[in-house]
Design a protein around this ligand. Structure first.
Ligand SMILES: [Zn+2]
Length: 181
């Protein structure tokens, strides 16, 4: 059994089994980590109120086969992001993008600092995050028509689309389609 203290951004929280939750974290020291919150679904959970998607937290993780959250404290809720509808929705989309694309346990300090800076400044550029993850919009062309001007990224096959093709596939791709800003 090992114990770690690290900062993390909460990417997502979801119910797990009858009384637990699973929290998806991007941690400073280990990259993405999915950890169990034992009893996290109970109203009396001391941990759950600190685990809001998008928040910056400091957490103590215990690793024994899998990771479990032993303790957590909110450092920053980014209230101004949550209160601005547009910023809130693009930040939430980013959280979704990251938990879909970032492999687990691959720490990357440059990525970490960029994430924190983006949340603090309320400027979320999918373009930069995609670049940092190895999907370079500048070198890309539309997967469907090969046009050089891309405007969207599809999570389904991790490819870029031009504006016109993104409109064509908008319905079928739904939330898996990201505007590249
Ligand atoms: Zn196209």
């Amino acid at each position: 059994m090992k114990e770690y203290l690290t900062e993390a951004v909460v990417l997502n929280v979801k119910p797990y089994k009858e009384t637990d939750r699973l929290v998806d974290l991007y941690t400073k020291d280990f990259g993405r980590v999915v950890a169990k919150v034992t009893g996290g679904r109970r109203a009396t959970s001391k941990l759950s109120p600190h685990l809001d998607t998008m928040s910056l937290v400091e957490t103590r993780l215990i690793q024994k086969n899998r990771f479990t959250v032993a303790d957590v404290m909110v450092k920053e809720r980014f209230r101004f992001l949550r209160e601005d509808l547009r910023k809130n929705s693009s930040a939430l989309k980013l959280m979704f993008l990251l938990r879909s694309l970032v492999p687990e346990l691959t720490p990357d300090l440059q990525f970490w600092h960029h994430l924190i800076r983006s949340l603090k400044q309320g400027k979320v550029s999918t373009r930069t995050f995609l670049e940092l993850l190895g999907y370079n919009p500048l070198l890309a062309s539309c997967e469907s028509c090969y046009a050089r001007e891309i405007s969207h990224f599809s999570l389904v096959d991790q490819s870029f689309l031009c504006r016109q093709c993104s409109l064509k596939f908008r319905t079928s791709l739904g939330s898996k389609l990201f505007y590249v800003n």
